[in-house]
Structure formats: structure tokens, C-alpha cells
Design a protein around this ligand. Sequence first.
Ligand code: GDP
Length: 393
Amino acid sequence: MKLAMIGFGQAGGKIVDKFLEYDKETGSGIVRSAVAVNTAKADLLGLEHIPEENRVLIGQARVKGHGVGADNELGAEIAEEDIDEVQGAIDNIPVHEVDAFLIVAGLGGGTGSGGSPVVAKHLKRIYTEPVYGLGVLPGSDEGGIYTLNAARSFQTFVREVDNLMVFDNDAWRQTGESVEGGYDHINEEIVRRFGVLFGAGEIEAGDNVAESVVDSSEIINTLDGGGVSTVGYASEDVEVSSGGGGLLSRFKGDDSTDDGMDTANTTNRITSLVRKAALGRLTLPCEIEGAERALLVMAGPPKHLNRKGIERGRKWLEEQTGSMEVRGGDYPTNAPKVAASILLAGVHNVPRIKELQQVAIEAQDNIDDIRDQSEDNLEDLVEDDEDELDPLF
Ligand code: GDP
């Protein structure tokens, strides 16, 4: 499907930039337009692929291009005040050519965390196209303020978008590596997962289209109904050599038996990839049981995809989620691998969110306590015990 992407804040801008890079490399054609919005000038300058005229610096009067310093209330205020500047960039998007808007942001910071829900609300009021969010949760080692920002933004963002897809940095940190050190690798993972999903709806008629190819309306219908979504992914390298049978058939010189075996292998490979994708690491780890809707996309060379495998995978997902709304289809590509990408929409059983909220509440209480005591503490420090000193004036 074709998306108008808006990267809000540093993380949002970098991820949308990566989506453009992915588009160029794979020719998937999912980014119809890309806009970056930020209060920090340096972050906008650091982008590589988003055209300069689509980079919008907001809040100049308030923060002079230096960012909001993880103050997401200020981020939200600035987005409200400067919404016309954001709209100015969106006016250049041929909205009749896009299937949906996608607002991307790190929820733990200030600009994207505060500004994304404001822009989502604005877009929903003006356009009929769906407005989706892609929200990134902070790592648990980032500290209280980031967690508090994320918990508050999450609540607001979910309410304002048609669906919030979530990626949890914490679940993707590699052992022994700080989150910062791993952003490149994390951003590639984000773009790969969502790229396969959104790219599926972009296959042109006549490309080598199987009848069960995924259409963008199936992605939209899966996301429709709102709530929170997560994506699973698994892939396996395959040979793309033309001429079917491969090494074994050449040895046996018997194509017919080999075809049967190939079909069985293809089906088994698909079903095992579906399990791996759903039960492995999700973008937002959660219990898949109870997910309201799901979409299975099988990407790969057409000869490695078959209807039976996808049907089995779909049925298995129905059993695991308990949902009757599990869609599925192909995404024929030329890449030498078969990949299963699973969108689980409307998930409810997400311990990570409950944990985030708990830490956020503690951080909020702690911040309130410190503020309450601040005046007394300062007085204790500044005033001498016996009150013998007088201030200058
Ligand atoms: P903002 O510019 O004020 O919106 O804040 P940032 O986007 O810099 O940071 C917000 C949060 O996003 C941080 O707490 C990190 O968890 C996360 N983050 C920052 N940069 C990246 C990035 O490149 N990739 C990912 N996945 N997360 C990031």
C-alpha cells in the first residue's frame, strides 16, 4: 500500500529516512511521500533521504531550533501552535494517491512523543484516509522520564489514530549493547518488518500475480477497528535458481516425484515460518491469544509459495488467536528467501505495557515528591542554621 509517512522527532525522522532507503533498495514503492517534523534543527540536517523541502522545523520562536529536551507537554504545545507549518508540508502530498497516513515517533522523547498525537488528531479531522501510528517504546534502561513520557503519549496516541503499531526498543536490544549503540540495527528490523507488510499490498496487476496476492484493502481491514498492533516475522533463505527441481531432481532424473516432494517441502517451510513468526519475538511482545484480527503475508519467489501452506498457516493462526478474522496471502518477490510477516491487530494481553505504566506512575510520584520538597530543601541549603546572615537585597 502507498503511505504518506510523517516522521516526528529524531527517532521518527530516522525511521522514515530508513523506509525511503528500503524503498530505493527493494523497489517496494510503499512511501508515496515522506515528511520530517522536528523542533531540533540538527536532527533534520542529519537526515539523508527525506527531501529538504519536506523537513519542517517547528517551535522556532519557543526553542530556537534546539529541541524540547524530552518535555513532551512542550512538544504537544508546539505542535498545536505550529500545526499550519506541518499542514504546509502535507499540502504537497498528493493525498488522493495514498492509501493511508503513517505517523512515526519514539514515544519516550519530547517532540515526537508530544507532537504525534496532535498531528494525528488534526489529520483525522481533515482527511478521510486512515491515520496510523508507529510508536517506539523506550528501553527500560533509559530512565523514569522516558518511561513516563512513553506511557502518557501511548495513551493519547492510541486514542487519536486508527491503529497504533508498536515497536518496543527494550525487546530488541542486543545483549551487552546499549539501545543507542543498536539503533541502526533496530531501525533496519523495524523497516524490514513493516516494509514486507505494507509492500505486500503494492504488487501491480500482471507482475507475476498469484490470485491469492495480498491487497492493500486487506491490510486496511485488519487494522480497521483500532487498538494496538504488533508484527511477527521469520524468514529462511531459499534458492532462486530457475528450472524447478534443484540438485536432487538432477540426480534422480525424475521430475514428477520431486515436484511432489517440493510441494510438501514448500508447505512445511511455510507452516514452520508462520509458527516462528508468531511465537518468536514480536515488535511488541505480547500474548497472541485474544488478538482480534490478523494478517499473514508470505513473501518470496512464487515457486516457493503455495496456497496450501498459507491456508494451513492461516488456520493455525485462527486456533492460536481465537480470532475468526485471519486474512492471508502472497507477496511474490525476487529475493532469495521466503518470509512470513504476521500483523496481529487489537492485542490486549501485553504485560510490557502494564509494566511501563507501573514504572511511569512511580516516576511521576517521585517527580511530584521532589518538586514538593524542592523549596524546603533549597531553603535548608541556602539559609544558615541560626539565621545570622542577611541577603544582599
Ligand atoms: P524527540 O526528538 O524529542 O522526539 O525524541 P527522540 O526521537 O530523540 O527520542 C525518543 C525515544 O526514541 C528515545 O527514548 C529512544 O527510546 C527512541 N529512539 C531515539 N532514536 C531512535 C532510533 O533511531 N531508533 C529507535 N528505534 N528508537 C530511537
